[in-house]
Write a protein that binds this ligand. Structure first.
Ligand code: SF4
Length: 267
């Protein structure tokens, strides 16, 4: 495969895969042509800031002591301020609410998240744990040039096993379909298998952005069929990218797309 086509020295992430599946044109702007984004989507800045704050919390726990809640919240505020004052303007949220509302919402969501029993696991094994594993053709076993690269939000130990946790902020609770089919945890499960971690648990920890934030902590499973689907999807997407396949998929996501003006101008 042409290294110029798949960026980041032949590394491929679940985020890239999801981006291409949602809109190949957006993938091209972001990862191939490197187009300048018109703005930073508020949900993206919000989610990143929330993850940073939670990572701080769990890094303290990994060292054996709870982080001061105010310090965790300050991490969130600092990251949001950085996004607000960055070189690319920050977009307002989908529903038109402004920065201050998003800030207040994030702080109340942190209260709910940190107050949930799942936020104080008995043993934290890792926070923001990077991995790089081989990808292969599920039918032939042939190794692909690209490797799967990712970062696991949190790894805790329960009953002698690793549990891989994915943190999400979401407008509402995850549906059964999201829990069953979301490829992020399929990617984690595949990585764990390649790394020979043995039996691992998989967990979504979702904090909702609802008026009264709520926690949804769900343990899920991924079986051999899911692994096969994951590999077929990765291979299909990589083959399409290598062949230069790109087309716009217009829909609800266009509203929050940072390449919208350029995409519209190229119609
Ligand atoms: S504006 Fe819509 S169609 Fe165009 S790149 Fe963005 S998501 Fe895709």
């Amino acid at each position: 495969m042409n290294a110029a086509v798949v960026p980041d020295t032949l590394h491929f992430s679940v985020t890239q895969m999801k981006t291409w599946l949602m809109c190949p044109a957006k993938f091209s702007y972001r990862y191939i042509t490197g187009a300048e984004p018109e703005f930073v989507p508020m949900p993206l800045a919000f989610g990143s800031a929330f993850h940073l704050a939670l990572a701080h919390h769990y890094q303290w726990l990994m060292r054996g002591e709870p982080a001061p809640a105010e310090e965790v919240k300050q991490r969130f505020v600092d990251a949001m301020m950085l996004a607000k004052n960055g070189p690319v303007p920050l977009q307002e949220d989908d529903d038109g609410t402004g920065f201050d509302v998003a800030l207040a919402k994030g702080l109340s969501m942190l209260d709910v998240t940190l107050g949930h029993p799942s936020a104080t696991p008995a043993k934290v094994l890792g926070v923001e744990v990077p991995f790089t594993v081989d990808l292969y053709n599920a039918s032939t076993g042939e190794l692909l040039d690209e490797k799967l690269k990712g970062v696991i939000d949190l790894i805790v130990e329960e009953d002698g096993h690793r549990v891989l946790v994915e943190h999400k902020t979401s407008a509402k609770k995850y549906s059964l379909d999201q829990l069953v089919y979301d490829t992020q945890l399929s990617g984690y499960a595949f990585a764990a298998e390649q790394l020979k971690w043995g039996e691992v648990g998989l967990r979504f920890s979702v904090t909702t952005k609802t008026k009264v934030p709520a926690m949804q902590v769900e343990d899920v499973r991924r079986d051999d069929g899911d692994m096969s689907d994951f590999l077929k999807t990765a291979l299909g997407v990589l083959t399409a990218i290598d062949a230069g396949v790109s087309f716009p998929v217009r829909g609800w996501a266009c509203k929050g797309c940072p390449y919208r003006a350029r995409c519209e101008s190229e119609r």
